[in-house]
Design a protein. Structure first.
Length: 279
């Protein structure tokens, strides 16, 4: 049921053993042991601070509400750090960050092929209302060398909508913008209403949106929110839904198609009953 995901995890463990033999950065070994969430260091101190605080906030939410207990978030220098020990990478897009070098893209593509997931956040969800930055050009520049599959807006029956909480939107500090994930191949219709699942055990290697999730998740050392989200009770409700998306996202990254399989168990059982009746 989760065989592909298990194989990916075993691959990561084998890489971990090899990496240990090559005396890797102890931070990365600790991050792997702690299932820590990682973010790309952009060089913009304000953005990097928000990324760290955001992953701290969603990690604490996971600890409080699930059996997942991530360690402290870790910042990743794409040109220096080995990604093979990681499973999730939050990549905030800024105009000023330089494109990684060729070897970094080799590591990134291996990371994606081995079961890793990158969440690209263009942080431009407010562009229509507040004149925020448009991250499309920077995203295209940064992602162009990656082996990214065809993407499509996430549909209402996607596993991300029910991997832990039931969701119909994926808000961050902003909301209402489409979020994109791997699209099914043309003509890929599964039998009897069971939706297509990607080869990576139902997990899209890349997710793209612009809702500035890290700022919605961000907490300070005292556990208090660091950025405003909406206004009044509506804002706090939006922040809560942002946390729920964060929980769904990490559970989706860690468990693959498990939740999708469970949703379709009744249909599969009914099919078996029909086949038994025919016999």
């Amino acid at each position: 049921m989760i065989g592909t995901r298990v194989i990916a995890i075993l691959t990561l463990l084998l890489w971990a053993v090899a990496a240990r033999a090559q005396d890797p950065d102890p931070r990365l070994i600790q991050a792997a042991d702690d299932v820590a969430l990682a973010y790309v260091v952009t060089g913009d101190a304000e953005v990097d601070r928000a990324s760290q605080a955001g992953l701290r906030g969603v990690s604490q939410t996971l600890i409080d509400r699930t059996t997942v207990e991530p360690g402290q978030p870790i910042g990743i220098d794409l040109d220096q750090d080995d990604l093979s020990l990681l499973t999730f990478l939050y990549w905030p897009v800024t105009d000023s960050q330089p494109s990684p070098g060729p070897q970094a893209y080799v590591r990134l593509n291996h990371f994606l092929r081995s079961g890793g997931v990158i969440l690209f956040d263009t942080r431009d969800g407010d562009i229509a209302g507040l004149g925020g930055p448009d991250g499309a050009a920077a995203l295209q520049r940064l992602a162009a060398p990656l082996d990214v599959p065809p993407l499509a807006p996430i549909p209402s029956d996607h596993v991300l909508t029910r991997s832990y909480y039931l969701l119909d939107d994926f808000p961050g500090r902003y909301q209402g913008r489409e979020v994109w994930a791997e699209a099914p191949p043309a003509g890929a219709e599964a039998a009897e209403g069971v939706p297509f699942r990607s080869l990576n055990d139902g997990v899209s290697p890349v997710i793209i949106g612009g809702n500035s999730w890290a700022e919605a998740w961000a907490i300070d050392e005292n556990g208090l929110p660091m950025f405003s989200v909406g206004s009044g009770l509506d804002g706090e409700r939006q922040r809560e839904m942002a946390y729920r998306f964060g929980v769904n996202l990490i559970m989706y990254v860690l468990t693959g198609n498990y939740k999708s399989d469970q949703v379709h168990v009744p249909a599969l059982l009914e099919r078996l009953r029909d086949e038994e009746a025919i016999r």
